[in-house]
Write a protein that binds this ligand. Structure first.
Ligand SMILES: C[S@@+](CC[C@H](N)C(=O)[O-])C[C@H]1O[C@@H](n2cnc3c(N)ncnc32)[C@H](O)[C@@H]1O
Length: 279
């Protein structure tokens, strides 16, 4: 299936030009309120994430040690295609959005999609899960990723906090570079000790000095998660492969996915991270 939408254009750049950190959330909400989500909406869940979920590497997530359904979080989930798809794959799936209109839009989408799932949520179009069996729960929460007040909407009283899987696609690249270090800190706080952080790294073709969103991310995940840096990298250091460093995460998978969205095909990378054990 080809992308229904082209790569983001200058509209996003001009909308966010000269907005400081305090004005970012309002900026996204304005775009949702003006019905401009087509600027980034890909119209379907991530084929690369679907293939990862069906792979050996993700099989540890299908059963948690205490027999409960695994919990997944998609921060900056937009219309929630990946949230619904994760629920169809057996997760209790949570989508976080800072925009109330986005949450409303995602809830509408989920209601229709869970009643009659689209084939695009599965690699195999004859997948039995298309009948809707083995669904997890879908919840959309309105909140700011950098605050923790929304977390109460994801966990029942007494339940240990933390997600078994967190998926990032076009959330990190939507943030001002100065916010990246806090993104990594929050990911660490929100992931269970045995959980997986899955990132579909995009855009990797974009010059790191060019303005965003989307902001170019070549080398940024590695710097933030493995090296414990601030995520502000230049073209030269971004391509230096090192053995890691002071970061809290260990990269356990790094692949060019066979299937991805048209806009990132051939350049997107899928990285999967676990928390380093505290010694
Ligand atoms: C580029 S869009 C990507 C949406 C979605 N991941 C997709 O692929 O369609 C970034 C999204 O992040 C949301 N967002 C931005 N800042 C946020 C924050 N601090 N907390 C939660 N959501 C945020 C925006 O409202 C927007 O929907």
């Amino acid at each position: 299936m080809s992308d229904p939408n082209p790569a983001p254009t200058g509209r996003l750049l001009s909308h966010f030009a000269n907005r400081d950190r305090q004005q970012q959330s309002a900026g996204w909400s304005e775009l949702w309120d003006a019905d401009e989500s087509q600027l980034w909406d890909r119209g379907m869940p991530s084929p690369a994430l679907i293939d990862f979920l069906d792979s050996e590497g993700a099989s540890r997530l299908t059963g948690t040690e205490d027999g409960r359904r695994p919990k997944a979080l998609v921060p900056g989930c937009g219309r929630g295609y990946d949230v619904v798809m994760l629920a169809l794959h057996g997760f209790d799936a949570f989508g976080l959005e800072v925009s109330p209109k986005a949450v409303e839009t995602a809830r509408d989408h989920a209601e229709k999609e869970l009643a009659k799932p689209s084939a695009y949520s599965f690699a195999d179009q004859d997948d039995k899960r298309l009948t809707g069996a083995a669904k997890g729960i879908v919840t959309f929460v309105c909140g700011d990723f950098f605050q923790n007040d929304w977390e109460a909407g994801c966990f029942s009283a007494g339940e240990p906090r933390g997600f078994d899987l967190i998926y990032d696609y076009t959330f990190l690249c939507a943030l001002l570079p100065e916010m990246r270090k806090d993104w990594a800190r929050r990911m660490k706080e929100l992931l269970r000790p045995s959980g997986l952080l899955v990132c579909l790294e995009f855009p990797l073709y974009k010059d790191l000095t060019a303005p965003g969103p989307p902001w170019g991310l070549q080398g940024v995940h590695w710097n933030l998660l493995a090296e414990g840096g601030d995520g502000i990298v230049d073209q030269q250091t971004s391509t230096l492969a090192t053995t890691g460093g002071q970061g809290s995460f260990k990269r356990i998978l790094y692949i060019k996915p066979e299937r991805s969205y048209e806009v990132g095909r051939g350049t997107d990378m899928l990285s999967v991270w676990t928390l380093k054990r505290e010694s």
